[in-house]
Design a protein around this ligand. Structure first.
Ligand code: HAM
Length: 469
């Protein structure tokens, strides 16, 4: 049997720059392929979010990517940037005006009503992970198709719900060693906000000439949004604007104070930030954004996540008032932070590689493959290859612990070789005993304190050149 030098486990090659070849199709601007080398990060996020959600009593919900456009007009708001400028809206073949969902709170609220969740024990706690669409200007961390994970709690207006949601959001970032802080504000409710908006409108009207064109329009429609305009002149003007926290009614004030107290108990760092007004119309009372710790001092990059209370949204959809709150976080933005912090997700290696030499061995291995797979071993092969060297190169590249090799001699003796891919030591085993034998060895590996074979994420490594004979 030729000897093959063991190699450090490697992984799928990292993505290179996009190759644009004239005449060949390309991904659309703002859209992004998520390649094999990216997947360990995505798996890590999916697993962490699911574990957290399930542990906290949230049930998963999937809503369709396509909804009636009117759903978002009625909730996110007709005059928000999302609906006005960014939503992918079109008439379908039946003539219905539909939209690719730009966010999920509206869809979850629709599903809550449509499936009678109003009569379930309250609150109803739901989580999701899916992709969303906004025709925004693409840049780092901003895509036209992007992914969010989100948590929604419907049917409970207690301020502790807001604090718990913030806690859950922060927990996800902490689990990836991304330190974050919360920028928090209250937008009041329908009792106190109208008077504040009048006051704010008056303030900005007397300073209209200093505002950008967008904010001049916002002055008519939604002066709140002037507060988070990034244009320097607007930023300066809004510095002395009246702040909503000084104009909250007693009920909203009490709610907000309680949220802040609970955050204090949970030791979650937060900043009261009057500029956090959120770009969606459905919010009432508490609103927040998750930003990387210190981000605002170093030039205020985009938010990692955001959420808030939306006590009036279900009423806007024709139901009675049902208090609710939630948040969503961008998966791509979290992964950018994970990579910046050298987070190395684990890549799970297959257990066994089946190698064969000659047609009879190939056939015998096909049967063994089925047996090993049926006992839930992670088994890989390269049955289309003939020589042992190229097969063991694949085994090396995949970081497999053991290779099982059947050659002509093994066919004659009804044996099989078990090769430890780490040290190259091979042992002949009776073919009939191979299953318990490999199970025993794998159990030993699993019981060892560390198996030494968890690897840095593929994207952080180059690809292996494979073994040599
Ligand atoms: P949002 O602030 O519009 O809120 O989006 C939440 C997060 O999604 C953002 O903080 C960001 O991380 C990510 N995100 C948004 N747009 C993009 C984009 N173009 N590219 C990449 N990432 C993006 C909502 O969507 C609300 N539904 C959150 C919520 C849930 N409120 C209550 N419940």
């Amino acid at each position: 049997m030729p000897s093959v030098k063991p190699e450090p486990a490697a992984a799928p090659p990292a993505a290179g720059p996009l190759e644009k070849v004239k005449g060949q199709p390309q991904q659309l601007r703002g859209m992004k392929d998520i390649l094999p080398a990216d997947q360990p990060y995505w798996d890590a996020v999916r697993q962490a979010v699911e574990r957290l959600a399930v542990g906290a009593g949230f049930a998963r919900i999937e809503t369709p990517v396509l909804e009636a456009a009117s759903l978002f007009n009625r909730t996110v708001g007709q005059e928000t940037d999302i609906v006005e400028k960014e939503m992918y809206t079109f008439l379908d073949r039946g003539g219905d005006k539909v939209a690719l969902r730009p966010e999920n709170t509206a869809g979850v609220a629709r599903a809550y009503l449509e499936h009678g969740m109003v009569s379930w024990p309250q609150p109803v706690k739901l989580w999701y992970l899916g992709s969303f669409f906004r025709h925004d200007r693409p840049q780092a961390g901003r895509y036209r198709q992007f992914w969010q994970f989100g948590f929604e709690v419907l049917g409970d207006g207690h301020p502790v719900i807001d604090a718990m949601l913030i806690y859950l959001a922060v927990t996800v970032y902490r689990s990836f060693q991304v330190p974050v802080e919360i920028q928090i504000n209250s937008l009041g409710d329908k009792n106190c906000r109208p008077a504040y908006l009048r006051l704010l409108g008056e303030y900005f009207r007397t300073r209209k000439n200093s505002l950008c064109e967008d904010c001049k329009r916002r002055l008519q429609k939604n002066p709140l949004r002037i507060l988070d305009c990034k244009v320097p002149d607007c930023h300066t003007v809004s510095q002395d604007a009246p702040q909503i926290v000084d104009h909250l009614c007693q009920a909203c004030k009490d709610h907000f104070v309680h949220v802040l107290e609970y955050l204090g108990e949970l030791e979650i760092p937060y900043n009261l930030n009057p500029r956090v007004v959120r770009g969606l119309d459905y919010y009432t009372r508490t609103v927040w954004q998750v930003v990387e710790e210190g981000a605002l001092e170093t030039g205020g990059q985009s938010d990692l996540g955001g959420g808030g209370r939306y006590d009036d949204l279900l009423e806007q959809l024709g139901n009675r008032q049902v208090p609710a709150a939630g948040f969503a976080s961008g998966v791509e933005r979290l992964i950018i932070k994970m990579r910046e912090r050298q987070f190395a997700p684990k890549v799970e290696s297959p257990d066994v590689f089946l190698a064969q030499l000659g047609e009879p061995a190939r056939k015998k291995c096909l049967k063994l493959y089925d047996v090993l797979r049926s006992i839930e071993l992670k088994v890989v092969e390269a049955f289309s290859k003939d020589g042992l060297k190229p097969q063991l190169e694949v085994a090396n590249r995949l970081g497999v612990k053991y290779a099982l090799i059947v050659g002509q001699k093994e066919i004659m003796d009804d044996t099989i070789l078990i090769r430890d891919m780490e040290n190259g030591i091979q042992e002949v085993v009776d073919f009939k005993k191979v299953v318990p034998e490999i199970q025993k060895r794998l159990a030993r590996v699993a019981a060892a304190p560390t198996d030494g074979r968890s690897k840095a994420a593929p994207a952080e490594q180059g690809s292996s050149s494979g073994g040599e004979s």
